[in-house]
Design a protein around this ligand. Structure first.
Ligand code: SAH
Ligand code: SF4
Length: 421
């Protein structure tokens, strides 16, 4: 095992409900020594409905007998209507609203930057807390109507050699509230409140931003529960895709707790090469990964796994490798997503030539796999981002590259629409 190989996924990074607190709307209280300290408030947007019931009762704001009903009302205001102020919750008693506002927050994080591409792609840089900045990207025309790419961590502990996020240290896991906030911010900007099911433009969610979602599964699973809850945003779990580099021991839990669609960052067909591209492979080699995928709960022809395969010139793009890929995944209900490599400064890799990608795809198609290759979207705003110079802007630019728009577009190929209906 290399020094860079992470330890057990769930160890030091798992955070509890407490960390869904935000400090921006802090109320004052006194420390043991009598000095005023900031007491962070829980952001209710990061609580599932059962957690919301518990929080209302624990705080004493709502009496036990009414908590379930109140929780559903408040949940609907937050996630169906999109309100950011308790004062707007007109069917909640004025006095209760005031007590809620003293005890909790439902505020959005700060949007540091917003960009809209000519093709309709939108990108937001969101400051969750000081030093915790996250980008999310909305791409129209992907999935049923349009997809939002969200992050699960700031940075990543894994060091995939072609990925820029891998060169950044992990800052921390995002909390459930911070993951949900990415969806809320997009819906604010797309004017998608109330969250009606008809004609929505944000129809799909992909966890393909920064970070490894399975190293933050508790928060990711709660966020999926909130986003898919029919009293709120109501995006079907079948339209939520979680992409992982292959944290095998967590796959079963992912499937059982979220029923989300699975995407696997495969990128190589033999351990020798995958050890280099995705160093986590040293811990969970290809044979183990394939066994874990075959056992993924709910896998069927209607709910296929997506294999992501980044096209690296002269590294993994030969016809032999395409044939090896077909052999490797034989019998698994699957789609393959060929991702043109997004270069970044300092990277040794190049993107495969277009003709090579097409030849690779042709072999997969002949074997019966749909393997869409999509042109990257939002090029104009990406380009602007690439020209940024300051230190924090460099991080932003790399985060955006990492969002890998082409990757996300390919995961949600057109046939998902029929399946997810
Ligand atoms: N950590 C998770 C999810 C985020 S990465 C994972 O690795 O699956 C989302 C996708 O973008 C992954 O398939 C990843 O391999 C791919 N990716 C990362 N850097 C890329 C780059 N520079 N060019 C193209 N795809 C990249
Ligand atoms: Fe982390 Fe995914 Fe990048 Fe690998 S590809 S370093 S797992 S974000």
């Amino acid at each position: 095992m290399s020094a860079s190989t992470p330890e057990h996924p769930e160890t030091p990074l798992s955070v509890t409900l407490d960390l869904s607190r935000v400090s921006t709307d802090a109320a004052s209280s006194l420390s043991a020594s009598g000095t005023p300290v900031a007491k962070p408030m829980v952001n209710l947007s990061g609580l599932t409905r059962p957690q919301l019931v518990a929080a209302l009762v624990e705080s004493g704001v709502v009496e036990h007998g009414k908590a379930k009903m109140r929780a559903t009302q408040i949940f609907r205001w937050m996630h169906h209507r999109g309100v950011t102020d308790f004062a707007h919750m007109s069917d909640v008693a004025k006095e209760t609203r005031a007590r809620l506002a003293e005890t909790f927050t439902i505020a959005r994080p700060e949007i540091v930057e917003r960009q809209v591409s000519k093709d309709g792609t939108r990108k937001w840089l969101i400051r969750m807390a000081p030093g915790i900045e996250v980008e999310s990207v909305y791409i129209p025309g992907v999935g049923r109507a349009g997809a939002l790419c969200v992050s699960s961590q700031v940075g990543c502990t894994l060091n995939c050699s072609f990925c820029h996020t891998g060169t950044q240290p992990l800052v921390r896991n995002l909390t459930t509230a911070e993951i949900v906030a990415q969806v809320q911010v997009a819906k604010d900007d797309l004017a998608e409140w109330p969250s009606d099911k008809e004609d929505r433009v944000l129809s799909n969610i992909v966890f393909m931003g920064m970070g490894e979602p399975l190293y933050n599964l508790g928060q990711v699973a709660d966020a999926i529960e909130i986003i898919s809850d029919n009293e709120g945003i109501g995006i079907s779990r079948r339209r939520i895709t979680v992409s992982t580099s292959g944290v095998v021991p967590m796959l079963e839990k992912l499937g059982n707790t979220t029923q989300a669609m699975l995407a696997i960052s495969l990128h190589a067909t033999n351990d020798e090469l995958r050890d280099v591209l995705v160093p986590l492979n040293k811990k969970y080699p290809i044979a183990e990964l394939m066994a874990g995928i075959r056992a993924y709960p709910g896998l069927s022809n209607a709910r296929r796994v997506t294999f992501e395969y980044v096209m690296l010139k002269g590294v993994n793009d030969s016809p032999e490798e395409a044939r090896a890929l077909v052999k490797l995944i034989k019998g698994i209900p699957a789609k393959i997503n060929l991702i043109p490599f997004n270069p970044w400064p300092g990277s040794d890799y190049l993107c495969s030539d277009w003709s090579t990608i097409e030849a690779f795809a042709a072999i997969l198609n002949k074997a019966g796999y749909s393997s869409p290759i999509r042109t990257p979207r939002g090029r104009d705003i990406l380009a602007a981002c690439g020209q940024l110079k300051s230190e924090s802007e460099k991080v932003r630019a790399s985060a955006l590259r990492k969002l890998s728009l082409a990757a996300m577009a390919g995961v949600l190929s057109d046939d998902d629409e029929d399946e997810a209906a």
